[in-house]
Design a protein around this ligand. Structure first.
Ligand SMILES: Cc1ncc(COP(=O)(O)O)c(C=O)c1O
Length: 462
């Protein structure tokens, strides 16, 4: 048995890039800037989040555990609002992580909330988000979901199919108030992101195609429906996007549609929603744009396109999900078995895995991690952090250099797990989903409790 230590690299097909710099031992005690929550500190090797020692969190709440820094989320809300300015709207895309506490925080900071199912809508309403500040999304909203959205008085409904426009027409027949409708447009943009995170190329399920003329037809049908108020257009090109070129093409095509709408119907669109998708850093290689710079680019793009087309600038809305909650949260795990695969790497098994973070398996996502419960001066060993599930793809961190004295019982922390981790969590292998604990000013409280085995058994009615 031998541990592969610095500077030896892996000798296997699935390997680190050849030029990957092996971490120097002292780097193991550094936090990668920009990847950890703003309130993360490390002293004597021990990580504190929002002023709380992770060893205390693990002792009180158990592991695996999502630890969410409330002030990090609030400060990112403020960043987005400030960057986009008072003449734009920022809506938090609740699919990234939907809990009442988080929706209250973002709402109290002045953001609206995007929901895409009846379930997310109920969470938003029960959190007290003003209905006018809710946008209802979804590519297959049921009649019940639409009915609930209409009766609750949500601010906008994003129409995604002809069936849905017909359902809305039926629901609003004879009604006195008319819901505001955005038409979701598929712009044909190939966003530079993972295939499963791109949503504006023609060959997928969302929205109305511009290329086929379906988007023009959808607008016609919404305008023709007396119970509906046509508010504008929506485009979302994908997720985890780093450069604004795709937004530029999308905005250009959407503005071209706005011009046709003006020419055909004599209506200038009031609203333009460019969706979310703004990338964050998961590793040192990710060069995520500053929100300020991103906002300036998007505003310039929309201003420029509208000026060229001779249109009044519609109100701009953006819908970040990952950019608000992604960096706020750290997953804490306890190390279990440690297995050296001779000459290749060390497999470090933790007490969670693909049931609490499917992103590595689903999107080939990359993460960093750190020993969080003590200091170590041991040389780094090439490791792969894996979960406890019956899948060889059950990987949490594909490539990590961890101290070679790592031992069962140590705590490992994986940052940037606030978006699409708890919300995509499963009970695979009948593992209960971990709790989410919020930390702020040195105190911790549960905002989503841990599932118990009784919870799982109660669903199985024999
Ligand atoms: C319509 C829409 N808006 C906003 C978002 C949020 O994206 P992100 O979390 O990448 O910002 C998504 C996510 O896929 C989406 O589908």
């Amino acid at each position: 048995m031998s541990r592969v230590a610095h500077p030896a690299g892996p000798r296997h097909g699935d390997v680190l890039p050849a030029d990957h710099p092996p971490a120097a031992p002292e780097d193991l005690n550094e936090l990668h800037p920009g990847i950890w929550p703003r309130g993360a500190r490390r002293s004597g090797g021990v990580l504190t989040l929002g002023g709380v020692d992770v060893r205390d969190l693990a002792a009180e709440f158990g592991t695996p555990l999502y630890v969410c820094d409330e002030e990090d989320i609030r400060s990112r809300c403020r960043d987005y609002l400030e960057a986009f300015g008072p003449d734009s709207h920022v809506f938090y895309a609740a699919k990234a992580f939907c809990s009442r506490a988080v929706l209250r925080w973002v709402s109290s900071q002045g953001l609206g909330v995007d929901v895409c199912t009846g379930g997310e809508l109920e969470v938003a309403l029960s959190a007290g988000v003003p209905p006018a500040q809710i946008t209802m999304h979804g590519n297959n909203k049921t009649l019940d979901e639409l009915s609930r959205a209409v009766s609750a008085g949500v601010g906008h409904i994003v129409a995604d199919s002809f069936e849905e426009i017909a359902r809305l027409a039926y629901l609003t027949e004879g009604a006195t108030t008319r819901p505001s409708i955005l038409v979701r447009v598929t712009t044909g943009v190939e966003a530079h992101t993972h295939e499963f995170m791109a949503t504006a190329h023609d060959d997928q399920k969302f929205g109305f195609s511009l290329a086929s003329g379906a988007a023009d037809e959808a607008v016609r049908r919404v305008i023709a429906c007396p119970g509906l108020s046509f508010a504008g257009l929506h485009s979302h090109i994908g997720s985890q996007i780093f450069d604004t070129a795709g937004f530029e093409v999308a905005a250009h095509r959407v503005v071209e549609l706005a011009v046709r709408i003006r020419d055909e119907h004599g209506i200038e669109i009031a609203e333009l929603d460019l969706g979310g998708g703004f990338g964050i850093a998961y590793t040192d290689e990710d060069d995520a744009p500053e929100v300020k710079e991103l906002a300036q680019n998007l505003r310039d793009i929309v201003d420029g396109q509208c000026r060229l087309a001779g249109l009044a600038r519609p109100r701009l809305t953006v819908e970040p999900g990952r950019g608000i909650v992604g960096p706020s949260t750290v997953s804490l795990y306890t190390v279990g078995t440690i297995k050296d695969v001779d000459g290749l790497r060390t497999y470090v098994s933790v007490d969670g895995g693909m049931s609490d973070n499917i992103r590595t398996a689903l999107y080939d996502a990359e993460y960093v991690c750190a020993l969080a419960s003590r200091a170590s001066a041991a040389p780094p060993m090439l490791s792969r952090v894996v979960g406890r599930h019956c899948e060889s793809g059950d990987i949490v961190v594909r490539h990590a250099y961890l101290p070679s004295d790592l031992a069962p019982g140590d705590l490992l922390a994986v940052p940037a797990t606030g978006a699409y981790c708890r919300s995509l969590a499963s009970n695979y292998n009948h593992v209960s989903r971990p709790p989410v604990v919020a930390v702020s000013s040195g105190a911790a409280r549960t905002i989503v409790r841990r599932e118990t085995l009784d919870d799982l058994l109660s669903l199985d009615v024999g």
